[in-house]
Design a protein around this ligand. Structure first.
Ligand code: PAN
Ligand code: ZN
Length: 189
């Protein structure tokens, strides 16, 4: 019986420090996968010419895909910048537009950039240890690491949410988060 519970603990464990989440599928995104995401194309090419570091990883668990089911994942976004713009995730809308998401910050310092698809209105929400960010439906979302250590976060979303990268990639987010005098500043692209 004890062995049974130990194996369950193994099956359903999360460890943000070790970036471990049981039962998930890992996706790794490198600098070269984020072509067109950063504002400064010259700095992007120069950075890529020096190497292709991993920018972030996501372990996603998809236990079931029926109506009402949930998927969840652990993300880790490393610190760094391209020019003056902080490392970020590609960002997406959910394919099922009305699907929302909850992000729970685990470690590090950063933000989520949210952009309402219809109005184009942007919002910057703090994401870090102990912060919860609710992403409403119909909202493009991207994670940004403004700190000096990896930013880890847990995300929970409807199983039918899906990822639509195309719509936001075509025009990109309207705002950029850049470092000015050592501080993050939100600017128009
Ligand atoms: C997250 C994201 C994760 C990586 O799990 O997928 O932060 O960002 P991109 O998917 O934009 O590369 C999520 O929002 N899932 O829906
Ligand atoms: Zn999402």
């Amino acid at each position: 019986m004890l062995e049974h519970f130990q194996s369950l603990a193994e099956k359903f464990s999360v460890n943000p420090d070790a970036f471990a989440l049981s039962g998930g599928r890992e996706v790794v995104r490198c600098l070269g996968d984020l072509d067109g995401c950063f504002r400064d194309a010259v700095s992007y090419s120069a950075a890529l010419a020096c190497g292709n570091p991993v920018l972030y990883r996501v372990i996603a668990v998809e236990p079931a895909s029926g109506s009402g089911d949930l998927h969840y994942g652990l993300g880790i976004l490393y610190p760094g910048k391209v020019g003056s713009e902080y490392y970020l995730t590609k960002g997406h809308l959910h394919r099922t537009r009305e699907a929302g998401e909850v992000y729970i910050g685990q470690r590090g310092e950063g933000f989520m950039l949210l952009e309402d698809e219809a109005s184009g209105e942007s919002r910057l929400e703090t994401l870090g240890a102990g912060r919860v960010v609710y992403v409403p439906g119909f909202t493009a979302h991207r994670t940004i690491n403004t700190g000096t250590v990896p930013l880890t976060y847990f995300g929970i979303y409807p199983a039918n949410a899906g990822h639509d990268y195309g719509a936001i990639a075509e025009r990109n987010f309207r705002k950029v988060l850049v470092e000015e005098a050592g501080q993050p500043v939100l600017k128009d692209r």
